[in-house]
Design a protein around this ligand. Structure first.
Ligand code: HEC
Ligand code: HEC
Ligand code: HEC
Ligand code: HEC
Ligand code: HEC
Ligand code: HEC
Ligand code: HEC
Length: 450
């Protein structure tokens, strides 16, 4: 309540906001319904919107109210952001895990229950609560209403809806009205602030682990270091965001999302809630890096072995579904234009050739490790795809997983976002080389024993 009172929503009416012309306009919907335009954006504007689409609406003082506010509810005033977010990989993050048999298998090997049965470890799938507490806390849950329950509130006892998969603000949450995503992942309720979304800690909530170390890399970079020391003097409220005047080094948002202009007012980058339109590569190894997928739903990709993956175990790309080199060139130019807002062409090209070399070398190290793993499977020292068994559930397979999921990714993210330590001794090349030696020694030792 106090957060809402201080927010732009609590202080502004859509009609006043619509008066702003040019780049500073924040309500992108071409027409705001008359009944919403004249008042500040209050509880009703969000919690009463689109009742017919909300399976979770309930009667409250004669109104049909819902608790779970979705992108469709924001779209009444912010249609452009909602349309773009639909094209963002993040909006599909629930289905990308749950509808992909290979990732489900990986998930089970990580968060499933392990029990000793007659001297053997057996794993059963995690239950919904465990999944919501692990993978789906970031990727998003499926929120479903199970019925109404009596609850004590400050207004007395009330019948309120009960949900499974809630609370959750994962990026790809599947909502009771059929929409995907939670805008509150970055615009935490009830402030819905720009400032929060522009600061790197917001992204760091999910982009930190050894598998996805963007935040750690950023913090260790020159950019992150300058942000940490200087951001007290920056202005996080202005739209458009002016390079040199409002900030002097990039946050995650500057490179990936924001509308930024020069002090002369020319546009350096347009705002993008799609975000992938600035990325030529997917550097997250699945199991190799690859051109970005064309569509946010990755569960429909097929590799040469018929598995729902963008690459096969030998590094070949899925025949369809990934962007072509022309599109990669356009996206590379968009991202590089952001850099050119502050750096010279030579600086940017020099950095970029190192980055693309790191993509290639980290993939090559994954390839060598996978060749060793394939020998382990073919010598029947572990059970793999040829035996219709999981490639993820044995100890030696976990060593191989770390090669691409932790160390390969760390090298690539560190090269992309300049946190050198994560490319070398902290989960980087040191571990890449050591891990490969261990995998090969394991093979040699077990072959000798056989
Ligand atoms: C992954 C993080 C993230 C998510 C999720 C997200 N946003 Fe944003 N949003 C941002 C960032 C970062 C900015 C600041 C952009 C800038 O500086 O130009 C922003 C800015 C905005 C703005 C201000 C635009 C303006 O004209 O000033 C609106 C409105 C907005 N977002 C709406 C939404 C809606 C609606 C959703 C859900 C569909 C959403 N956002 C989901 C990160 C996010
Ligand atoms: C701009 C849209 C918006 C406005 C305005 C808004 N809310 Fe919300 N509210 C949300 C979102 C988003 C959530 C997060 C729920 C979810 O997970 O979808 C939420 C959650 C809630 C919850 C459940 C959270 C909990 O901790 O149990 C309550 C209660 C609530 N809002 C009350 C209010 C009240 C009262 C007002 C007016 C003072 C208000 N909201 C104004 C969007 C809004
Ligand atoms: C009834 C219209 C309406 C709805 C619905 C609405 N907003 Fe807004 N939003 C506004 C207005 C008006 C502003 C203030 C614009 C300004 O300051 O120029 C605003 C501003 C914002 C900003 C920028 C805040 C800042 O710090 O500058 C964000 C982010 C945002 N809204 C996100 C959301 C999200 C997320 C939802 C859905 C949960 C939502 N809005 C629903 C009308 C709406
Ligand atoms: C702390 C947040 C977080 C948790 C918890 C999490 N992930 Fe992720 N996951 C991410 C992020 C962030 C990305 C995107 C990384 C990138 O592109 O840089 C991602 C991407 C993925 C992808 C790629 C999907 C695709 O096709 O695009 C897979 C697979 C994946 N995660 C599996 C898992 C599994 C399995 C679990 C649980 C065992 C899990 N994740 C838990 C944050 C998380
Ligand atoms: C609540 C968790 C969460 C937050 C907060 C979050 N992300 Fe993500 N992000 C994810 C997950 C999960 C994925 C992977 C989706 C998939 O692969 O299906 C992802 C994917 C992405 C991708 C796409 C990567 C690709 O290769 O296409 C980008 C870019 C991204 N996030 C940037 C950001 C930025 C910038 C912020 C902060 C403004 C942010 N994210 C905040 C969870 C989050
Ligand atoms: C100086 C600009 C810059 C900053 C700051 C920055 N990034 Fe990046 N980011 C990049 C570049 C360049 C790439 C690689 C481009 C590509 O993959 O095609 C990238 C790649 C990514 C990816 C894609 C990973 C994938 O799977 O392909 C994610 C996610 C991401 N960054 C998140 C973040 C987060 C979170 C932050 C802040 C903690 C951040 N970035 C800060 C420039 C930046
Ligand atoms: C808002 C301005 C700004 C943007 C945008 C920006 N940088 Fe920087 N960058 C800086 C500043 C300031 C420094 C620190 C001073 C220096 O080293 O020249 C820096 C430093 C660097 C360094 C030196 C790192 C080191 O360890 O010494 C590299 C490399 C770099 N930037 C690359 C990039 C790339 C690539 C992009 C785009 C993806 C980018 N920058 C975007 C401002 C920016």
């Amino acid at each position: 309540m106090a957060d809402w009172e201080k927010s732009r929503h609590g202080l502004t009416t859509p009609r006043d906001a619509k008066q702003i012309k040019g780049l500073g306009l924040k309500v992108s919907a071409p027409e705001i319904p008359a009944e919403l335009a004249a008042n500040s954006v209050g509880c009703a504007e969000c919690h009463l919107a689109n009742p017919e689409q909300h399976a979770d609406s309930f009667e409250h003082n004669g109104y049909r109210v819902h608790t779970v506010v979705t992108p469709t509810d924001c779209a009444g005033c912010h249609s452009q952001e909602v349309d773009q977010y639909r094209l963002n990989l993040m909006s599909a993050a629930y289905g990308n895990l749950m509808n992909n048999a290979v990732y489900r298998d990986l998930m089970k090997s990580i968060n499933g229950d392990q029990k000793l049965v007659k001297g053997r470890l057996e794993t059963t799938d995690a239950d919904d609560l465990t999944r919501a507490d692990s993978c789906l806390s970031c990727h998003g849950t499926k929120v479903e209403m199970t019925g109404l329950g009596n609850r004590e509130t400050e207004f007395g006892a009330m019948m309120l809806p009960q949900f499974t998969g809630w609370p959750n603000n994962g990026v790809g949450r599947e909502n009771p009205d059929g929409s995907k995503g939670s805008c509150a992942a970055c615009h935490t309720r009830h402030q819905f602030s720009m400032e929060l979304a522009r600061k790197p800690d917001t992204c760091g909530q999910c982009h930190s682990g050894p598998d996805v170390p963007a935040y750690k890399v950023y913090k260790a970079s020159k950019h992150g270091n300058q942000y940490a020391s200087l951001n007290g003097d920056w202005n996080f409220q202005t739209v458009p965001w002016v390079v040199g005047r409002d900030f002097n080094t990039p946050t995650c948002a500057v490179c990936h999302v924001s509308l930024i202009t020069s002090t002369e007012g020319s546009v350096i980058a347009r705002r993008s809630h799609q975000m992938t339109d600035r990325l030529p590569w997917r550097i997250f190894g699945l199991i190799y890096s690859h051109p970005q997928p064309k569509e946010p739903d990755t569960s429909r990709l097929k590799n040469a072995a018929g598995l729902p993956l963008p690459t096969d175990f030998n590094g070949g790309l899925a025949a369809t579904g990934l962007i072509d080199t022309g599109e990669q060139d356009r996206r590379r130019a968009t991202m590089q234009n952001v850099c050119l807002g502050c750096h010279s062409r030579n600086w940017v090209d020099g950095h970029w050739s190192r980055f693309e070399r790191a993509i290639a070398t980290a993939d090559a190290m994954t390839h060598t490790a996978t060749e060793v793993m394939q020998q382990i499977w073919s010598h029947k020292l572990a059970k793999g795809p040829a035996q219709q068994a999981s490639p993820f559930d044995e100890a030696v397979e976990k060593t191989w997983i770390e090669q691409w999921l932790f160390f390969g990714n760390s090298v690539r993210y560190s090269a992309a976002m300049m946190g050198a330590d994560y490319g070398v001794f902290d989960n980087g090349r040191w571990y890449q080389s050591k891990n490969l030696l261990e995998l090969k020694s394991w093979l040699d030792l077990h072959q000798r024993r056989k």
